[in-house]
Ligand binder design. Structure first.
Ligand code: UDP
Length: 238
């Protein structure tokens, strides 16, 4: 049994690109699927997943090219559904029972999301992939993950990124940046750290949902987080 009974795992769309410039890298997808299988089966953890869509389309960047913002965001939400279907397929191919739920009604692509259905499926042993973000424009999938994590009563939100935690500055730009093992939401605001957008951070803070930011692109790390190994950065109220 792992440290957490139920987790909300956030995967970024951008990470799904792997070494590509666009779209979905099949090897990266398989790595994620294998890590999720271990988390789910060996650690006996209930897993809900939210995936971004940045590898395909982001509403905000569409708006700078003349797209209507709301339509652009709707395109972004559909991109998260595409990624969710890809992950679902990868999980199914290695024998992990899973279900895609959608924030916007679009059967038969996925079942229309509601909190109780998601919990029911997890308790029956399925991994649930919660696609379409919040279903509303002007939000991000980070906010979608906070919202869904709180709704499904997850013990923690695991934010898988390509960096291994939260740093005092961007470690890819500043060689003197140091990593936090643990930080409060207030400290994130005070230092102006760009961990997630403020809406997402505030939802976690106000509803007391801790976050672990960790490097998901190193296979095996998800398992380490679930075992309670000291990797990544733990974010909480105190
Ligand atoms: N999006 C949205 N509402 C939501 C979640 C996402 O409109 O609740 C749109 C938004 O345009 C966003 C895109 O979907 O840019 C992809 O999501 P995100 O940028 O969060 O993906 P990530 O950066 O995690 O790959």
């Amino acid at each position: 049994m792992g440290k957490y009974k139920r987790v909300l795992l956030k995967l970024s769309g951008e990470s799904l690109m792997g070494r590509q410039q666009y779209g979905i890298d099949a090897d990266r997808l398989d790595d994620y699927a294998r890590d999720i299988k271990i988390a789910h089966e060996d650690m006996n953890t209930q897993v809900a997943i939210v995936i971004g869509g940045g590898n395909i389309f982001r509403g905000l960047s569409g708006a700078t090219k003349g797209f209507d913002r709301v339509k652009g965001d709707q395109m972004g939400m559909l991109a998260t559904v595409i990624n969710s279907l890809a992950l679902s397929s990868a999980l199914t191919s290695i024998g992990v029972k899973n279900r895609v739920l959608t924030a916007i009604r679009m059967e038969p692509i996925g079942e229309y999301y509601n909190k109780w259905r998601a919990i029911e499926l997890m308790e029956a042993g399925e991994v649930v992939i919660l696609s379409g973000g919040t279903g509303n424009p002007f939000f991000t999938t980070d906010t979608g993950s906070s919202l869904r994590g709180i709704e499904v009563e997850a013990d923690v939100m695991l934010k898988g990124t390509r960096v291994d935690g939260i740093y005092t500055a961007d470690p890819e730009k500043d060689a003197t940046a140091t990593k936090f093992d643990r930080i409060t939401y207030d400290e994130i605001y005070r230092r102006g750290l760009k961990v997630m957008d403020l809406t997402a951070t505030t939802m976690c803070k106000e509803n007391n949902l801790p976050i672990v930011v960790f490097d998901m692109d190193t296979p095996g790390n998800l398992l380490k987080v679930l075992k309670g190994d000291n990797i990544g950065t733990y974010v909480c109220n105190e």
